[in-house]
Design a protein around this ligand. Structure first.
Ligand SMILES: Cc1cc2nc3c(=O)[nH]c(=O)nc-3n(C[C@H](O)[C@H](O)[C@H](O)COP(=O)(O)OP(=O)(O)OC[C@H]3O[C@@H](n4cnc5c(N)ncnc54)[C@H](O)[C@@H]3O)c2cc1C
Length: 428
């Protein structure tokens, strides 16, 4: 008799976990997702963002035949970052191994299509437009609300909370099962920015294989090339000091960018300025829990377990790695969830706490530290090669090494992390 696994949330973590569980041949999987079916609607770039996938996340994807190739084919590979000054002059930080970047919704679409092509509807059910409202862990039921019609109750053998940073299931476990969880807002807020990559009238073109970044005191921008000659990215600012807050027309938006980020100002049309004006400011929460399971039947995974600031681009990589590691425990304990779940929590919670520390404190809050940061980025690898006893690789380089756990990276980077932490305390 196959066990029935109910996964709430069809994001990267929920969908990849479905792949891993189904190939074990011991489970039927049902996935419920509150958003509409992405295969049936126009995917608007307004509701998505680019994700950089490093070896840590790619390793988890690679384990499913054909998946990494499909994702790579829809990605853009960047071989470095260009960090611009206000004057337009840029520093190049090159990468030995190009970084794979893919739009979040495109990634989800590929994971989903691959899944539905690989399994029958007997093995896999995916229901969109269906929100999980409540859980009853003793009865092993969830109440789901479809977009149309009455809410219904569903039973499960095992339940997976892959429902993201604002997880309903995690909230239920915190209220009803003593899960200890801290949530806080990331101090930064952001607005999505979408631009063409060139302006032929001005003979201006940003490189297609570089991430483009600007750092202007407390306001930063990052733009990532997309297929179809677009740049998707964001303007990031202190949530208490939104530099766009007082601007009320597209002309004022254009004037702001021409002054503060001239290259962006030259690429932005009046329509894009208007769209940016209308777009909401996004706030992000971070999540830190003391365990990622309940009893022998509920698993919390991905952002639902450990949402972090996107500053070092690890949230999705860590969420995909969760899946790889959970399956290793399932294999080790012959699919006995009563053993695999606590083992997963014991292994993964300290990693998630280390990841949060790295995400909160890798980026410098002050100009002086920003200079040191860029210097370390540019010279760290070389200096480490020449003087390995004295110079450790820099935190961002260490993060590229998927063989190092987050707690090892934290321990190797503690000096820098403490420096940023002290500096943040002084400036807050
Ligand atoms: C601006 C930005 C940039 C980022 N850049 C990077 C990056 O470069 N690299 C990186 O590794 N990570 C990045 N991240 C983080 C990354 O997006 C997340 O870590 C990743 O999406 C987590 O996957 P997930 O499946 O756990 O959660 P999600 O992607 O949040 O998916 C959860 C799903 O659950 C659904 N859901 C929620 N509640 C319910 C409910 N009650 N019922 C049914 N369905 C529900 C949601 O609709 C959603 O589809 C970035 C994040 C942001 C915001």
């Amino acid at each position: 008799m196959l066990q029935k696994i109910v996964i709430i949330g069809a994001g990267p973590a929920g969908l990849l976990l479905a792949h891993y569980l189904l190939r074990r041949g011991k489970y039927n999987v049902e996935i419920y997702e509150q958003r509409s079916d992405p295969r049936l609607m126009d995917t608007s770039p307004e509701r998505t963002f680019p994700i950089s996938l490093q070896e840590r996340g790619r390793k988890a994807i690679r384990s499913i035949a054909g998946l990494e190739e499909a994702i790579a084919a829809a990605s853009v590979f960047c071989n470095g970052t260009k960090i611009y000054r206000q004057s337009g002059k840029a520093r190049d930080i090159s990468r030995a191994v190009p970084i794979m970047t893919i739009d979040r919704n495109r990634l989800v679409m590929i994971l989903l299509e691959h899944l539905t092509q690989s399994y029958t509807t007997e093995q896999l059910r995916v229901k969109f437009g269906c929100q999980c409202l409540q859980v009853d862990r003793k009865a092993k039921t969830v109440i789901l609300q479809p977009e149309q019609g009455e809410a219904f109750t569903l039973t499960y053998d095992r339940l997976v909370a892959a429902d993201g940073a604002r997880s309903r299931i995690r909230e239920y476990l915190a209220q009803d099962a003593g899960l200890h969880c801290e949530q806080s807002y990331v101090p930064d807020a952001y607005k999505t920015v979408i631009l063409p990559r060139f302006n032929p009238a001005l003979g201006l073109e940003l490189e297609a294989d570089k991430i483009h970044a600007w750092n202007l005191n407390k306001t930063r921008m990052m733009m990532v090339p997309q297929p179809g000659d677009r740049l998707n990215g964001m303007i990031v600012f202190d949530a208490q000091q939104n530099p766009l807050a007082g601007l009320s027309s597209k002309e004022e938006i254009l004037a702001f960018f021409k002054d503060k980020f001239p290259l962006i100002g030259q690429l932005m049309s009046a329509d894009e300025a208007e769209a940016l004006l209308q777009r909401p400011v996004a706030r992000l929460v971070t999540v830190s829990c003391d365990r990622f399971h309940e009893g022998d039947s509920i698993l919390v995974i991905g952002d639902a377990a450990h949402a972090v600031s996107p500053s070092i681009g690890q949230g999705c990589n860590a969420s995909l790695e969760d899946v790889l590691i959970f399956e290793q425990f399932l294999a080790q304990y012959q699919d006995d969830w009563a053993q695999a779940l606590p083992a997963f929590s014991a292994h993964r919670v300290p990693e998630a706490h280390a990841l949060k520390e790295l995400s909160d404190y890798s980026f410098p809050p002050t100009k002086i530290l920003a200079i040191e940061f860029v210097l370390r980025l540019m010279t760290g690898k070389l200096l480490h090669k020449w003087f390995p006893q004295w110079v450790k690789p820099f935190v961002l380089d260490l993060l590229q090494d998927e063989n190092l756990s987050y707690s090892q990276i934290l321990s190797l980077s503690q000096g820098w992390i403490n420096k940023v932490k002290r500096s943040q305390l002084r400036t807050s």
